[in-house]
Design a protein around this ligand. Structure first.
Ligand code: NAD
Ligand code: MG
Length: 405
């Protein structure tokens, strides 16, 4: 049977890798729908190649342009969040690749879960924001949730099939989340204030979108992944350990009470977890070269330096605080990263903004998606205020601006 796929965020790094894997198996997969935000020309090209039934973009103007570009192909073009939710929950799709970046992916990813789809989750921010609510929707509507994030996919592969019964029952002692440490692992800390967006996006091992690349440089990405692991695998913060492994050959590990450690290894290429999740429980070819162990002689591991990477500590704090704290953390980070990418604030201001928001905005219970979205909005407002304060301030008075903001 053909698996029918919707890709949310088809023009992004994960979206493009997903289409690359699908193109290798035209006998197994058919694209039902594709979405993009603004890159209309790229989406039009994907439409010409993959012939989806539906395509969704971010605005009326983009939809008009796309409709003209794909005229005659019989593709239904729409725009906006409601259309994203429709292609994610349609009866004509079996599997949804959730690869929109940031909070914008929450509504359609949740719609896919509520429609009981097979959800391939790359959009970690959606799960970080809505944690329990999202997992409840998956259970209630019998959706299948498979992790695309390489670490979580590796952990999933290293857990027993009966894992649903939880870490204790499965004899899991710890989840060991590996982290490359990003481009600034060894850079002198005092020079970090001056790094540029391009330097921050130059990841040593992975090629990714700009937001997650900056998150990798601050290690907020690993922080979000700790929260993601908590929800996916039902493990408390104390059972999740971050291990710096600069080579990114081991994608994460599970250590068991009997002393065994199981790991998943491979070349750092997202097509491996994408192919794994698409075909699960079978295996398909992904286009990724086999790992040559003789070329990976030296594997290093060490503990993260929370002083160098304060965002990692902030994420652990948010997880322990619970409720809407992770949603606040995520929203503040999205605003700060965007401001950094637009050169409105410096690299070290990212953690200042996130900490400022965590201190200023009270978190509450994550009782509903509406409550989460309200907190997300409050955090964004507070973060914008802090960014505005930092923008006006010369570097030495920035700490003071944060307190005043
Ligand atoms: P990207 O920036 O390359 O692509 C993002 C996609 O989302 C694009 O298709 C874009 O059009 C769409 N998009 C952006 N803003 C949108 C909005 N407001 N509304 C609707 N669509 C919007 O990002 P990426 O690197 O592919 O990452 C996507 C997600 O996958 C992120 O959540 C990231 O954390 C996660 N992820 C990525 C990688 C990776 O290797 N790139 C690895 C693990 C997890
Ligand atoms: Mg990852």
């Amino acid at each position: 049977m053909m698996q029918r796929i919707t890709i949310l965020g088809a023009t992004g790094s994960i979206g493009v890798s997903t289409l690359d894997v699908l193109a290798r198996h035209p006998d197994k997969y058919r694209v039902h729908a594709l979405s993009a935000h603004g890159r209309v020309d790229e989406l039009a090209e994907q439409c010409r190649v993959f012939r989806p039934q539906r395509a969704v973009v971010g605005s009326a103007e983009a939809a008009q342009r796309l409709a003209a570009l794909v005229d005659g192909l019989g593709i239904d073009v729409a725009y906006g969040e409601r259309a994203l939710c429709e292609i994610a929950s349609s009866d004509d799709t079996d599997t949804v690749m959730a690869a929109i970046v940031g909070a914008a992916g929450l509504a359609p990813t949740l719609a896919a879960a509520r429609a009981g789809k097979k959800v391939l989750l790359a959009n970690k921010e959606a799960l970080v924001m809505s944690g329990q609510l999202f997992m409840d929707a998956v259970r209630e509507h019998e959706a299948t949730l498979l992790p695309i994030d390489s670490e979580h996919n590796a952990i999933f592969q290293s857990l027993p099939a009966h894992y649903a019964r939880g870490p204790q029952a499965a004899g899991v002692a710890k989840i060991l989340l590996t982290a490359s440490g990003g481009p600034f692992l060894n850079r002198a800390v005092e020079t970090l204030s001056n790094v540029t967006p391009d330097e921050a996006c130059k990841h040593p091992n992975w090629s990714m979108g700009r937001k997650i690349s900056v998150d990798s440089a601050t290690m907020m990405n690993k922080g979000l992944e700790v929260i993601e692991a908590h929800w996916l695998f039902g493990a408390p913060a104390e059972q999740i350990e971050v291990v710096i492994h600069p080579q990114s050959v081991i994608h994460s590990m599970v250590s068991y009470v009997d002393g065994s450690v199981l790991a998943q290894l491979g070349n750092p290429d997202m097509r491996t977890p994408i192919a794994h999740a698409l075909a699960y429980p079978e295996r398909i070819e992904s286009g990724v070269a086999q790992l040559d162990l003789t070329q990976t002689a030296s594997l290093q591991f060490h503990r993260p330096d929370f002083g160098r990477f304060p965002c990692l500590a902030l994420a652990f704090d948010a997880l322990r605080a619970g409720g809407t704290a992770p949603a606040l953390l995520n929203a503040a980070n999205e605003v700060a990263v965007q401001a950094f990418l637009e050169r409105r604030i410096g690299f070290r201001d990212i953690d200042r903004v996130v900490r400022g928001v965590m201190d200023d905005v009270a978190h509450g219970a994550a009782a509903s998606i509406e409550a989460v979205m309200a907190q997300d909005a409050r955090a964004r407002e507070a973060a914008q205020r802090l960014v505005a304060g930092l923008q006006g301030a010369p570097a030495p008075t920035r700490a003071a601006a944060q307190v005043a903001g």
